[in-house]
Design a binder for this molecule. Structure first.
Ligand code: 2AM
Length: 484
């Protein structure tokens, strides 16, 4: 073979093919392989025809086609397929060569694989790739983590193919060790669930309480997209609402209301429970999809259970202004919770994450790209140690200015029986977080009453524990002295 490739890619489904074409268009030569080998020739003779793409028909041939240190990127189904390819590649590669997983792997798998591949003398990268098919072709957001020594070797390829923000900065930078890249991608997906649900709730209340049609709601999203809410998801929502079926009626009205999910939102919620960090908005968004999927039960319940009488809100324009602010405030809460979770994960898994840098990775290319992410980057530029976004002056002011509107929207939804789980849980988080005293004093008393779990006192130093014999019948022994 005359010319060796800069990188190899395994997995010629649409994401893999598009990444190859993206790399090639940036001047890189790419060697490709696929389990179903016929797809290699179909690709090199089809979309890849006449390009610097080397088709290979075995992993040996692929390994032989690469410049050193060899870089092999997997774009295959997450799970066993990744482990199988790693196993097959290890004997074909040399010390210092790099295996890259660009699939939607769960971060604990990436932690495990980094350790394993490194133990075999190779380097490993698990990278989040976001932006869907179009992003893969024209510029995705890339979130690489794994063996730090691998990064200098892939940096120029990754940063060339990634999306760029206005000033040309690539939406790709090193995230951190082992599973950090896939963790950050998981948070991205969780945030995506939250953003989508918030938009759906705004749509629902416009439909139910303002009596608006799809085309009227389209105009609202069009206007919102020109303001602070400007984002890819608002933009596609605007276009979806304007899209007409063959009979000229809005297609959106004909789509069955049962949502699917692939599990990355659930992973985010599970991680929040594991780390003890409230992630209420994203979790509500995951449950919202679950509730939507219970279509038959909901249909039956709708005939039995009734809510308040439907009322159409009179001052439509004022309510729409409130709704825009409620959406923005809720979005602030969602990202606040996601960032607090990333901070806890960084501590747990010993990653050193650059939080402002992560906002920049998401600023372009990916599904959650928005003007808003620039605001988050600015907040971390002002204070890299910022522990909670709500404490940044910009977000604090915005929430303060939105608060009345937000409360009017949530209470209107409650009074009218309109389902807004994410918007209302966001407000509850805000009210909880800003409370110096929560009713957990009573909760601790309950725990001590039935289980002798002890409590700390407001008039004693932290760390000193007390038990009360509440009934006079229980013992004086606290549970910690006889933990079973
Ligand atoms: P295929 O074309 O041979 O099905 C997305 O599904 C990509 O992952 C495809 O390239 C697919 O290969 C590959 N893939 C899925 N499951 C796989 C497995 N168990 N082993 C190898 N490749 C797999």
């Amino acid at each position: 073979m005359e010319q060796k490739a800069d990188i190899g890619l395994i997995g010629l489904a649409v994401m893999g093919e598009n990444l190859v074409l993206n790399m090639e268009s940036h001047g890189f030569t790419v060697a490709v392989y696929n389990r179903t080998v016929e797809k290699v020739d179909a690709f090199t003779g089809g979309r890849g025809r006449g390009k610097k793409i080397i088709g290979t028909h075995s992993l040996q041939e692929l390994a032989g086609a690469l410049k050193g240190p060899r870089k092999v990127m997997l774009m295959v189904k997450a799970g066993k397929a990744v482990d199988d390819f790693i196993e097959q590649l290890i004997p074909l590669l040399s010390p210092g060569d790099i295996i890259i997983d660009g699939g939607n792997s769960h971060f604990p798998d990436t932690i495990r694989r980094t350790k394993y591949v490194e133990s075999r003398g190779l380097l490993y990268i698990g990278t989040g790739v976001s932006g869907g098919e179009e992003g893969a072709l024209k510029g995705p957001s890339l979130m690489p983590g794994g063996s730090p020594a691998a990064w200098p070797h892939v940096k120029s390829i990754f940063q060339s193919i990634a999306a760029k923000v206005e000033d040309g900065t690539p939406c790709c930078d090193w995230v951190g060790e082992n599973g950090a890249g896939h963790y950050v991608k998981m948070i991205h997906n969780g945030i995506e669930y939250g953003d989508m649900q918030l938009i759906c709730e705004a749509y629902q209340i416009m439909k139910e309480s303002l009596g608006m049609s799809a085309s009227a709601i389209h105009k609202v999203f069009k206007r919102w997209n020109e303001g602070e809410l400007n984002s890819y998801l608002i933009e596609i929502t605007r276009d979806i609402l304007a899209y007409k079926d063959t009979d000229g009626k809005p297609l959106v009205d004909k789509i069955l209301d049962t949502a699917g999910q692939k599990g990355t939102g659930k992973w985010t919620s599970v991680s929040s429970l594991d780390l003890g960090v409230p992630l209420t908005l994203i979790s509500e968004a995951v449950y919202a999809r679950c509730l939507s999927a219970m279509k038959d039960e909901r249909m039956a319940a709708s005939k039995v259970l009734s809510g308040p009488k439907k009322k159409i809100i009179k001052n439509k324009e004022a309510f729409l202004r409130d709704l825009e602010k409620a959406l923005y405030a809720s979005k602030i809460i969602s990202y606040t919770q996601g960032y607090v979770l990333m901070r806890a994960a960084a501590e747990e898994y010993k990653w050193s994450l650059n939080y402002g840098g992560i906002a920049l990775l998401w600023r372009g290319g990916c599904i959650i790209r928005s003007v808003f992410l620039g605001r988050i980057k600015d907040a971390f530029d002002r204070n890299p140690q910022l522990s909670n976004l709500l404490l940044d002056p910009f977000f604090k002011d915005t929430i303060e200015k939105s608060q009345k509107s937000w409360r009017r929207v949530v209470s209107t939804a409650a009074l009218n029986g309109v389902w807004m789980p994410s918007c209302s849980t966001a407000l509850n988080y805000f009210d909880g977080f800003r409370s110096a005293r929560l009713p957990a004093n009573l909760l601790q008393a309950q725990r001590d009453f039935f289980g002798a779990h002890q409590y700390e006192r407001v008039d004693k130093p932290r760390g000193e524990f007390f038990h009360t014999n509440w009934t006079g019948h229980g013992g004086e022994t606290a549970s910690s002295s006889y933990i079973v």
